[in-house]
Design a protein around this ligand. Structure first.
Ligand SMILES: Cc1cc2nc3c(=O)[nH]c(=O)nc-3n(C[C@H](O)[C@H](O)[C@H](O)COP(=O)(O)O)c2cc1C
Length: 320
């Protein structure tokens, strides 16, 4: 099993799950540039999956492998059922033990599991029962700065059968504030045998190098860094393989990717929903252009596809 994992994570870079962001379209965009990274779906609630299988979150293409499906929940039988259902399409199944959102932790899901290591271990065993694919866990340094239990927690997940860990170098109470503590991640790496990917605040090739140095992790997981730049994972992988630092995409290249992003969301969700869905991405793609704030405020309220495209085409010309 550990050889299987080694193969899935061989590029040393993964796409971290982000609810409402790393959907089928964004995963496809990351894959367009990066052929070998491990991509991960956003979290899928095991309770939800027990009621319906009709969700576009599950959609994947043949070339999406290696792909991990992330599930959330706290009831072993539902987590097992979710794993059984996902087994055929997933190369790996990841359990969310890091989500800090109030609604999630109140229901004992996400990072609340760090307060209940025995239940978390039961979930790992249940998911292992439901799948013959590797099972991974994603968690944080602890629930808060007084409860930094990530080392014992990671060891317990390993004992329960987890094959791989992604750790976000913050506590639950930090949410996304402050800086991710990459050095702390080394303490986990030194105390478990299964591979560990470090996560938090990697936004460039240089921060990737620094994170790998400080954490001594087997690789890194990237979330927000891909916003506005789905090529980042490829560029980091390329650096790790060849030592060459490829340039970040130019504004004109970013605009081309943005137009593709918009068109693909419309294909997936239909025109009305697709146009609204893409609004959250504009600030990242157009950051740095002249009058960005003004243009963004137009783009995020415009419903008409041809008007949006004419703004983007005009910008493309300006920056070509
Ligand atoms: C909008 C958003 C949604 C997220 N959704 C998830 C999720 O579904 N599952 C999960 O494990 N982490 C989720 N995360 C956390 C990220 O995977 C990652 O751990 C965190 O953003 C830190 O990494 P980064 O600095 O590279 O973004 C989410 C983060 C953001 C910003």
């Amino acid at each position: 099993m550990q050889n299987k994992v080694k193969n899935l994570i061989k590029s040393r870079v993964s796409l971290a799950p982000m609810a409402g962001i790393t959907d089928y379209v964004l995963r496809s965009l990351v894959r367009k540039f990066s052929k070998t990274s491990l991509i991960t779906t956003e979290m899928i609630s095991s309770e939800f999956l027990a009621q319906t299988h009709e969700t576009e979150i599950l959609k994947r293409d043949e070339d999406h492998s290696p792909i991990s499906y992330q599930i959330s929940g706290h009831k072993p039988h539902l987590m097992k059922a979710a794993a059984e259902y996902l087994n055929d399409r997933a190369d790996m199944i990841d359990i969310n033990m890091g989500c800090p959102v109030n609604k999630v932790v109140k229901g004992n899901d996400g990072c609340a599991l760090m307060k209940h290591p025995s239940l978390a271990a039961d979930l790992v065993r249940a998911v292992k029962d439901g799948t013959d694919k590797p099972v991974s866990v994603k968690f944080r340094l602890g629930y808060n700065s007084n409860e930094l239990n990530y080392i014992e927690f990671g060891q317990k997940m390993q004992e329960a059968g987890a094959n791989f860990i992604t750790i976000h170098g913050r506590t639950r109470s930090q949410f996304y504030f402050g800086n991710a503590d990459w050095k702390a991640i080394k303490n986990l790496k030194d105390n478990v045998d299964i591979p560990v990917f470090a996560n938090g605040d990697v936004t460039s090739i240089d921060t990737a190098i620094q994170c790998l140095e400080e954490s001594q992790a087997d690789g890194i997981a990237i979330g927000r860094g891909i916003l506005g730049d789905p090529t980042l994972i490829h560029r980091i992988e390329h650096y790790l393989q060849s030592g060459e630092k490829l340039d970040a995409p130019s504004m004109s290249e970013k605009l081309t990717i943005l137009k593709l992003h918009l068109d693909e969301e419309i294909k997936l969700r239909g025109k009305d929903i697709g146009i609204k869905f893409v609004r959250k991405f504009y600030p990242y793609y157009i950051a740095g252009i002249k009058n960005a704030a003004k243009i963004r405020s137009i783009l995020v309220t415009e419903d008409d596809y041809s008007k949006i495209m004419s703004i983007l085409n005009r910008l493309s010309q300006e920056y070509s």
